[in-house]
Design a protein around this ligand. Structure first.
Ligand code: SF4
Length: 435
C-alpha cells in the first residue's frame, strides 16, 4: 500500500521539486507508479501562476475520486496552489483532500502521508522557510543530457501581478560548494548541460560568492559542456556577469529577459523597478558585449489601466529589440497578489485579445526573421533526445542560443556536440547538416 502517482503542473521549478519529492519519498520506501489506477496515493504538484489553475486541479481531483468509486485513495496537494489556497482546498467538502504540503515542507511528506492515512486527519504543512534550499537532497532525475539545478529559491521582488513571493517565500541561496558537489556527480553520470534554476536566479547570493562566481565555478567542472540559467530579472545583470558570458564558451549565449510591459507607468504599477529606456539600454549593452546573443522574453498585455496608447510602448520595445522568442499572456488576476487587491482588472477582454493578437503576429514575424539570419552560419549544436516521435531519419539538437535544429539522420549520438551548417529556417526551428 505504498504506491504513489505524482502529477506535476506549471514551471520548471515545480518539475525540479517533483524530482526532490521522488527522492525524499523513495528513501521512505514509497514506490512511484506511472498508472494512477495502480496508486494508493495520488499527489498533484500544483502551480498558482496560471489562470484557472485551481479549477483545473479541482476538476482533476474530482475526476480521480470519481474514477476510483468506492476504492480508497489518499490525495495530496503540493506546490504553490497549496500555499495560496489552503483554506479553500480544505473547506471544499467535495474535494476531500487528505494532505497539503507547501514548497518548503517536502521533507515532512512521509509524516504528512502517515498522519493522513493512519490517523485520518487532514494533515498539512505550509511553513515558508527562510533557510530551506534542499541542499542535502539529491533529486531523482531521469537520465538525459540536461539537468536542472535549483541554486536559489524564493523571491524578494514582489512584482504586483505575481504570487511567487507569497507561495515560495523569501530568497535564499545554496552555497557554491554545495552546488558544485551536485554538478560533479551529474558530470560523472553523463549529463552534459546544467540549467541553473531560481525564481530570480541572477540575484543568487551566498557568502561564497555571487551569481557570476557560481557560473564561473560550474564552468570549471569537467564534462559539463553547457550552462544555461532561468529565470533572471533585468535588474541583476552586472557587467561582470555579461563579461563572463562573453568569454566563457561553456556559458550559452542566450538570455531570457522578461520585459512584461513597455510603458513606464505600467512598469511602475507592476513594480518591475526599471524603465523602458533602461531595459533598452541593457539589451544594447548585452548585445554589444555578447555577439550572437539570443534573447527571449515574457510579456503581459492588458495589465490594469493599460491604455491602447501605452500598449504601443510594448510594441515599440518588441520591434526595437527583435527578440528571438517571446511568451505572451493576457493579464488575469492571481489571488493574493497586490494587483488583485489594489487594481481592478479593468481592461476589456476584447482589448486584451486585440493587443495579444497584434503582439503574437509581430513576434511570429520577428522569430522567423531571426531564424532566417542563421541560414548559412555554422552553429554548435548539442544532440538531444527527440521531443516527439521524429522520423527515424532525423535527429534533433539545440544551438547555443537554444534554437531547435533538425538534422538528417547521421551517426550522431545524444549528447554529441557538432558543427552544423544551417540550411533552412522556419518560424519554429532550423534545419541543418554537418558542416
Ligand atoms: S521577479 Fe517578479 S515575476 Fe519573477 S518570481 Fe519574483 S515577483 Fe514573480
Amino acid at each position: 500500500m505504498n504506491k504513489i502517482f505524482l502529477e506535476t503542473y506549471g514551471c520548471q521549478m515545480n518539475e525540479y521539486d517533483s524530482e526532490l519529492v521522488r527522492s525524499i519519498l523513495r528513501k521512505a520506501e514509497y514506490e512511484f507508479v506511472t498508472d494512477e489506477k495502480a496508486a494508493d496515493i495520488v499527489m498533484l504538484n500544483t502551480c498558482a501562476a496560471r489562470e484557472n489553475a485551481h479549477r483545473k486541479v479541482y476538476g482533476r481531483v474530482q475526476g480521480i475520486r470519481h474514477a476510483r468509486g468506492k476504492l480508497p485513495v489518499t490525495i495530496g496537494i503540493l506546490g504553490c496552489m497549496a500555499t495560496n489556497l489552503r483554506q479553500e482546498i480544505f473547506e471544499d467538502r467535495t474535494l476531500k483532500i487528505d494532505f497539503i504540503a507547501g514548497p518548503d515542507s517536502y521533507k515532512r511528506l512521509p509524516q504528512l502521508i502517515a498522519e493522513a492515512r493512519d490517523e485520518g486527519t487532514k494533515a498539512f504543512d505550509l511553513t515558508l522557510s527562510e533557510f530551506e534550499t534542499y541542499s542535502d537532497i539529491t533529486p531523482s532525475r531521469k537520465d538525459g543530457i540536461n539537468a536542472w539545478i535549483a541554486v536559489m529559491r524564493g523571491c524578494n521582488n514582489f512584482c504586483t501581478f505575481c504570487v511567487v513571493p507569497y507561495t515560495r517565500g523569501r530568497e535564499r541561496s545554496r552555497s557554491i560548494s554545495n552546488v558544485l558537489d551536485e554538478v560533479r556527480v551529474l558530470a560523472k553520470e553523463g549529463f552534459k548541460q546544467v540549467t541553473l534554476l531560481g525564481q530570480n536566479v541572477n540575484s543568487y547570493n551566498h557568502d561564497e560568492g555571487d551569481f557570476t562566481d557560481l557560473i564561473a565555478e560550474v564552468a570549471k567542472v569537467e564534462g559539463i559542456e553547457r550552462i544555461r540559467f532561468t529565470s533572471p530579472h533585468p535588474k541583476d545583470f552586472p557587467d561582470k556577469l555579461l563579461d563572463l558570458m562573453a568569454v566563457n564558451p561553456k556559458v550559452c549565449k542566450q538570455i531570457h529577459i522578461p520585459l512584461q510591459a513597455g510603458n513606464n507607468r505600467v512598469l511602475d504599477m507592476m513594480n518591475r523597478t526599471y524603465t523602458k529606456e533602461e531595459f533598452l539600454s541593457l539589451v544594447e549593452k548585452m548585445r554589444a558585449k555578447i555577439p550572437g546573443l539570443c534573447l527571449s522574453t515574457d510579456v503581459i498585455v492588458g495589465f490594469p489601466t493599460e491604455t491602447d496608447a501605452e500598449f504601443e510602448d510594448t510594441i515599440d520595445v518588441m520591434t526595437k529589440v527583435e527578440f528571438d522568442m517571446a511568451f505572451m499572456f493576457k493579464y488575469s488576476e492571481r489571488q493574493g497578489t497586490v494587483a488583485a487587491k489594489k487594481y481592478p482588472d479593468d481592461v476589456p477582454e476584447e482589448a486584451k485579445t486585440k493587443r495579444i493578437m497584434r503582439l503574437v503576429e509581430l513576434q511570429k514575424a520577428m522569430t522567423y526573421k531571426k531564424n532566417k539570419e542563421h541560414i548559412g552560419q555554422v552553429l554548435t549544436v548539442m544532440i538531444e533526445p527527440a521531443i516527439n516521435s521524429r522520423a527515424d531519419d532525423e535527429r534533433v539538437g539545440r544551438t547555443d542560443g537554444n534554437k531547435l535544429v533538425i538534422l538528417p539522420h547521421s551517426s550522431y549520438k545524444i549528447g554529441d556536440i557538432a558543427q552544423i551548417r544551417i540550411t533552412e529556417a522556419t518560424p519554429h526551428c532550423l534545419r541543418g547538416e554537418a558542416a
